[in-house]
Design a protein around this ligand. Structure first.
Ligand code: HEM
Length: 421
């Protein structure tokens, strides 16, 4: 099958009906991702977000250990707890208090926390102090734009590609290569020792190196790492701000739920409902039909080669599945179809479903084993953090992909004196 090499938005078929979007995700053999990243191909070629079929499945399998709950960054680990406490302490130390309250920008705090944790699970070392995290952000941001080139205005493409190439080369030299060398040494030592590499860290670089045979393809490891950074660093930060925004407004009218704020089950409902309601990055994702076909759910006919644009937030607000008040927040919402997740297609679906799901949401295990989204919300609430109504909450982005660039919050200093989760 021949695939287009550039996006022609005029020819897209736009899907907003939940059942259709879910079906296209699910039928990953008939609706593929390959070929839809033409503009950013030089950055993503051969990675999870640009492959299908066996190659794609094998890569996902190679990263299973990285996303398991018992990793330091997983639901049973404590890395997030430590990084959050450290960063909240920093906020208290550097911010001038007023009336026994600390006022700060939640987006800045969230970015420092999430970027640090993400660096750990991709396998980048030495990203610990605030200056290193800032350097990491400064270098990665331009690369992220390059990875989503198709979504950027055509007139900026040349500039974005140029800047992405430059930053990418620096990340490789300054951050990736030293981390890679350390892991190559570790693997070599483990193999010489007793041949057992099971106890090595399960970050992306180590996982792909140790499973890559005698001559692992370093360029593909680097590319996958950068693609994973793109997938992982921004969404959790925006979701955290939306979660606090949604839940604090809900509590104003449902004060009885305050008693449940420490409960994993209630907080799980809350963050899933936020995820359903707010998509905070690219508002649509793209698939290409590999053959003439018909959608089972609605009978819509789709010709081979059709580009489908799946609008996630619109699908997640489909009243047929989520009720007449689907555009409002209600943590007790139950979709009309029991097979539908409370967060709808917020994490995609089918073979390309979000790889980070077990890190983000973790319903299994005991009360302390919590996904990152639940933990973040719990830490904020436990420290008394609430929106600063006299501050700035600045929202931007396209409809269906809106997020805060700044979200001012206020925290009582009595809690901040010991900012522990
Ligand atoms: C709240 C935060 C997040 C949201 C809302 C989110 C959402 C999504 C969605 C909708 C997709 C499907 C895209 C498509 O089908 O084209 C996806 C894919 C992906 N996500 Fe996430 N994501 C989040 C966080 C993360 C994190 C923390 C990771 C880190 C492991 C991650 C890794 C990935 C990867 C690697 C893919 C591509 C999977 C594949 O193509 O096989 N995401 N995510």
């Amino acid at each position: 099958m021949t695939q287009s090499t550039a996006w022609d938005r005029e020819t897209f078929t736009h899907l907003t009906d939940f059942r259709e979007v879910e079906e296209v995700f699910r039928r990953g053999r008939d609706f593929v991702i390959g070929g839809s990243k033409a503009g950013s191909d030089e950055f993503v070629h051969g990675t999870l977000v640009a492959t299908d079929g066996r190659e794609h499945l094998a890569r996902r399998r190679s990263l299973m250990k990285m996303i398991s709950a018992d990793q330091p960054w997983g639901a049973e680990g404590t890395l997030l707890d430590e990084v959050f406490a450290r960063n909240l302490r920093r906020v208290v130390d550097i911010t001038e208090a007023h009336d026994n309250n600390t006022h700060f920008d939640l987006i800045d705090l969230g970015r420092r926390v999430i970027w640090r944790v993400t660096a750990a699970f991709v396998g980048l070392d030495d990203i610990d102090d605030p200056a290193q995290v800032e350097r990491f952000q400064e270098l990665v941001e331009p690369v992220l734009e390059g990875l989503t080139l198709e979504y950027q205005p055509q007139e900026r493409h040349a500039e974005i590609i140029e800047s992405a190439r430059r930053s990418r080369a620096t990340i490789r030299e300054e951050m990736f290569d030293p981390s890679l060398r350390r892991r190559q040494d570790l693997i070599r030592a483990a193999r010489q020792d007793d041949g057992n590499t099971d106890d090595l860290p399960a970050d992306l670089i180590t996982s792909m190196l140790s499973q890559g045979g005698d001559e692992p393809d370093i360029e593909i490891i680097f590319r996958e790492m950068v693609a994973l950074l793109a997938a992982a660093v921004n969404n959790p930060v925006s979701q955290m701000a939306w979660a606090l925004d949604d839940l604090t407004a809900w509590l104003d009218t449902h004060p009885e739920d305050r008693a449940k704020l420490g409960e994993k089950e209630f907080l799980g409902r809350a963050v899933k409902e936020t995820m359903r309601l707010h998509r905070s990055s690219r508002p649509h994702v793209v698939r290409i039909a590999v053959k003439d076909t018909e959608l089972e759910t609605t009978g819509r006919k789709i010709a081979q080669g059709t580009w489908l644009s799946l609008w996630l937030q619109a699908a997640n607000r489909d009243t047929a599945v989520f009720g007449e008040d689907a555009d409002r927040y209600n943590p007790y919402r139950v979709p009309s179809d029991p097979k539908v997740q409370p967060f709808g297609v917020g994490l995609g679906g089918g073979p390309h479903v979000c790889l980070g799901r077990p890190l983000l949401l973790w319903d299994q295990g005991d009360e302390d084993a919590q996904g990152l989204l639940v933990k973040l919300l719990r830490f904020l609430l436990a420290n008394g953090v609430r929106p600063d109504r006299d501050g700035v909450q600045r929202e931007g982005g396209p409809e269906g992909g809106r997020r805060h660039s700044r979200y001012d919050v206020v925290m009582p200093l009595t809690a901040a004196d010991s900012p522990c989760p």
